[in-house]
Ligand binder design. Structure first.
Ligand code: NAP
Length: 486
């Protein structure tokens, strides 16, 4: 039986896109089919002047389309009965006094302040929460990404939030860490004896991590144009996935044991020289094209984009780790918008066998691959060599395929649902610690500086493709190919 949770969950940005698409649906999903969330109250906050009833109407208008088949009128009504609204301007201390009146009076009850607003409001919100006496020892603050634009700005925000909340009260979201498969990767690596002896430069040739989106910038053109793929995806999601693949076995699953190992990986990333930024990274920007057989405009023609923008919508890069386990093993990271397919996956390319016993006419066996899929479905594929049935000794590739949805009967949680429950329970393992985040910024900064200093704009690529040709060349130089080419 699931545990009963007690908490006040305050969503700053309660009328925003993230709240409508992810946060409220996550609470709805967690609340269905059980009583464990009956004592979790939600308080939405934003500047818009709404009564609780008007907020309910807004939620009822906007959220159900994101609930799909799971919408059930009775379950929705039961959720709304636990949802209220308080008008709060982040800059107005008096609004926080009103928020205090809406909170449960028990100071020992968990209070979760979820900051789903632009990061420029994180500091005033935390300061005003403290000034109104709303930060109790049982309070937690959840910070959405992106946390700053570089190391200096992330430090400024971390200092300001850290002046009010202790590090163990701060939950920095990277929703990729909430994905079932990412945790399954931990289970796979550290719950099985058979992978560990292979998991190093001795047997792994390279690692390729891809997060490809088919969508463009949507209604968030202005935000994206100020951000770009490096800050939006590489600094956080891709580097977090790299950490889980490359980390040493932690002593326990506790937050600090896991995060200590992840930060060691980030610190082992070799910093790029200016010349390496040119040779080891590719940035691109999409032109008009067709995605899923539908014509789409180029980046420069999207709403909210400054003319002549040099913001990258695609990044491919080759990272290396300077440590004993991984020295010399390339970690290729790649992300882009308007790609041919929507997919997120980690490909582990093992080395070829050291000596082939098969006749040269058969060719040396292909290398083994492990593919860990995070999107669109979650699963694992192991590509092995086997004998082709029939006469002679010919080899062929076979795939062992595991679709996680088929193997587990239990309902699968979405990332935001899992992460919200982890926050309510006070478990930090799936959240990013300050030193991890800052180590990631530190590694990314020379790339930003190298690109800024370069007269070359991002390389164009047609929407609906896998990015500029230079991306294939980046891996091709080392004798590798991206999965869609092999
Ligand atoms: P959004 O749709 O623009 O919503 C912003 C919210 O903040 C609104 O509820 C807005 O309501 C409120 N707000 C703005 N100024 C305020 C102020 N001065 N005081 C109090 N509330 C204020 O943004 P979003 O897309 O939900 O994104 C929120 C955060 O999550 C951002 O940091 C974003 O980068 C991050 N994020 C979003 C997504 C996503 O898919 N949307 C994904 C990952 C991360 P009022 O204008 O009424 O105040």
């Amino acid at each position: 039986m699931s545990q009963t949770h007690s908490a006040d969950l305050v969503f700053f940005g309660g009328t925003g896109d993230l709240a409508m698409r992810k946060l409220i649906p996550a609470i709805y999903a967690a609340s269905r089919g059980g009583k464990s969330m009956d004592d979790v109250r939600v308080i939405g906050c934003a500047r818009q002047n709404l009564s609780t009833e008007q907020y309910h109407s807004l939620l009822t208008e906007q959220v159900p389309e994101f609930l799909g088949d799971s919408f059930d009128a009775a379950a929705w009504a039961a959720l709304l009965a636990r949802v209220s609204y308080v008008t709060v301007d982040a800059a107005k201390p008096e609004d926080f006094a009103r928020l205090g009146e809406a909170m449960h009076p028990d100071v020992n009850r968990a209070r979760v302040y979820y900051l789903a607003t632009t990061p420029t409001l994180f500091t005033p919100i935390c300061q005003n929460l403290a000034a109104a006496g709303l930060v109790t020892p049982a309070s937690r603050v959840v910070l959405e990404k992106p946390l700053g634009r570089d190391l200096a700005s992330s430090r400024t925000i971390n200092d300001a939030v850290g002046a009010i909340f202790a590090e163990h009260q701060i939950y920095r979201i990277d929703h990729y860490l909430g994905k079932e498969t990412v945790q399954n990767l931990l289970a796979l690596r550290f719950g099985n004896a058979m992978f560990e002896p292979l998991w190093s430069r001795a047997w792994i040739r390279d690692v390729q991590i891809t997060i490809a989106e088919q969508v463009g910038v949507g209604g968030r053109g202005e935000f994206y144009d100020n951000t770009g793929a490096l800050r939006d995806m590489v600094q956080n999601h891709l580097l977090q996935l790299l950490c889980i693949v490359a980390m040493e076995p932690p002593a326990t699953i506790d937050a600090d044991a896991v995060r200590d190992e992840k930060v060691q990986v980030l610190r082992a990333l070799k910093p790029y020289t200016l010349a390496e930024v040119q040779s080891h990274t590719v940035r691109g920007q999409y032109r008009a094209g067709a995605v899923a057989a539908k014509p789409v405009p180029g980046y420069q023609d999207e709403e909210g984009i400054t003319s002549g923008s040099r913001t990258e919508t695609f990044v491919a890069l080759k990272a290396e780790l300077a440590n004993w386990r991984w020295a010399g093993v390339p970690f290729y990271l790649r992300t882009g918008k308007r790609m041919e397919q929507r997919l997120a996956e980690i490909v582990i390319n093992f080395k070829q066998v050291p000596h082939s016993i098969f006749e040269s006419s058969v060719g040396a066996p292909e290398n083994n691959r492990m593919i860990i899929r995070l999107q669109p479905d979650e699963g694992l594929t192991l590509q092995l060599q086997a004998k082709t049935p029939g006469e002679g000794m010919k080899l062929q590739e076979i795939s062992l395929n595991l679709n996680f949805a088929d193997t587990a009967k239990a309902r699968r949680q979405e990332a935001y649902e899992r992460l919200l429950i982890e926050v309510i329970q006070g478990r930090l393992t799936l959240f990013v610690r300050r030193d991890e985040q800052e180590a990631a910024w530190k590694w990314v900064e020379p790339i930003m500086a190298g690109w800024d200093a370069s007269p070359e704009p991002p390389k164009p690529y047609n929407a609906g493709t896998w990015g500029p040709a230079a991306s294939a060349a980046l891996v091709g130089r080392d004798g590798s190919t991206w999965p869609e080419e092999s």
